[in-house]
Design a protein around this ligand. Structure first.
Ligand code: FES
Length: 140
């Protein structure tokens, strides 16, 4: 009988000790409600095709799009809203995208995760050249 109250007190103390930690976890991994992280819903003109160098990439922050060009000239585009918690990615280092929120990194030429905490690749977009202008849009 005397062990029962002690177990209850221990349970209560454990619950009190864990509550602030759980709260921090939710705060650290919370998503953003910033409208600037909205994905593309329709095609957008990005700029001159010549802005994306061969074996390079360019980040279009205003549209949350990165476009890369391979050595054979093939263009690829990805949505740059981070797949971890939805922050807009704002840094491109060569062909490596870096998320400002928790440090995830992505390959701008493949969309693949290079560094966690993100685990899902970037969402691919369509990209084409119309009259010398890059146009990206959602995949259907
Ligand atoms: S939102 Fe967490 S790493 Fe990008």
């Amino acid at each position: 009988m005397s062990a029962r109250p002690a177990a209850s007190r221990r349970t209560v103390l454990r619950g009190v000790a864990l509550t602030p930690v759980a709260g921090l976890g939710l705060t650290a991994c919370g998503g953003t409600t910033d409208d600037s992280a909205a994905p593309l819903t329709e095609p957008v003109e990005l700029g001159p095709e010549s802005e994306v160098a061969e074996d390079g990439a360019k980040l279009y922050r205003d549209h949350n799009v990165v476009v890369s060009r391979s050595g054979d000239g093939t263009l690829k585009a990805y949505n740059t809203v981070c797949t971890h918690a939805g922050c807009p990615i704002n840094k491109l280092d060569g062909t490596k995208l870096v998320c400002p929120c928790h440090g995830s990194e992505f390959d701008a030429t493949t969309g693949k995760v290079l560094r966690e905490p993100a685990v899902a690749p970037l969402k691919p977009l369509t990209v084409e050249v119309k009259n010398g202008t890059l146009v990206a849009g959602p995949q259907v």
